[in-house]
Design a protein around this ligand. Sequence first.
Ligand code: F0G
Length: 458
Amino acid sequence: MELPYAEPYKIKVIESIRRSTFLEREKWIKDSGYNLFKLRSDQVFIDLLTDSGTGAMSDEQWSEIMKGDESYAGSESYFKLFDAVNGLLGMPCFLPAHQGRAAENVLFSALIKAGDIIPGNSHFDTTKGHIEFRKATAIDCTIDEAFDTSSFHPFKGNVDLQKLEDIFKKYPKERIPLCIITITCNTSGGQPVSLKNIKAVSELCKKYGIRLFFDAARFAENSYFIKKREEEYKDVCIRDIVKEMFSYVDGATMSSKKDAIVNIGGFIALREKELYDKTIVYSILYEGYLTYGGMAGRDMAALAQGLREGTDFHYLESRIEQVAYLSRKLKEFNIPVQEPAGGHAVFVDARRFLSILPKEQFRAQTLAIELYKEGGVRGVEIGTLLADRDPETRKNRYPKLELLRLAIPRRVYTNNHMDYVATCLANIYERRNEITTGYKIVKEAPIMRHFTVELEKI
Ligand code: F0G
């Protein structure tokens, strides 16, 4: 008999989570202005809000925490991290930052000015926020297949080369300071980018003299998909795939809270010394001295270890197969999900799930609220609320996809938890035709409204 799959780790420490009643949850979510970000964590049973900073660190990482060197300058932990990043990515210049958006802030301060154009594959919301805050424009060049949730494409994060070249032809290169590939592409469903595509984008960028960067938050998961889905790489190890991916770019911003399995941290990796010299000014201004950049020494040490663990094939297999497991369970109940499953999350297609609801009433948010009320499961809307208003016209932007994201923290939940989540959604799916009204906004911030927005039931 073939042996079944089992995780390559065992559990040493546990944290209790509490179930609540439907009536309690109904009150809590109403008191939170129907915004799941405003719930207290003890009001949540299974928290799939994000996979960011929510992973379980290993015994090796906790040992590194004890060994952290808190020297202001020249900390040992910094050099550990530098060696880990340099060894893995092959990038000679490196700046720590306290998280991904801080890395974006520092790098973009050195690169982006008003009126600039930054093409890429569905930029993440903080990336777009930092671009638009500088009065520049992010242009989405993702392949069209990404926006059809029911079609199978192995690399739905890929950049459409024609769309990208059209941008390069339309605008002078002085207005395009960089092109960003997000690996994996969070906004389009945690979907990977193929090495073939990365290489082709890199060639195109070189031809037009434009810098290419990764938003590398989930670079290891992207490498796993390359190994699994790109024939030429099936026998190449994860770390060699990582090296090759990074060989095609000029640098990267990283949110270490994802694939490096730490609770806080980030960094910038750069190839050019000249750009590094320009960037350090902003690093010191916004984050801190060059050898800590907003991080504690212990956190840098744990991050260095996390980078090693996060690029281990057996770990990645357990991680990504758990996400695929939840996706399969949902499909067994006929629930429409983005196909294939992403690396860090399952994305439920709220447009198809709640098709009778008008798009103005926030379908994905409505589904997120229903899921919370049903079983205390917290997901997050990746749809109209997140897409925000057009900075010029202030009209709501209706994105091509209206998704409920169920992000799975790393090494935290078991497949029993996944079964629970799937059953909650199946119950809602059964009564979906009774959900005929959604929500309206009563209060919102001028930018990144989804974090603080307050809603009212229609
Ligand atoms: N880039 C991507 C692709 C991300 O997914 C995130 C964060 C960031 C940048 C910003 O990093 O949070 O460390 O400042 N994504 C989280 C999420 C918040 O839930 O997907 P950060």
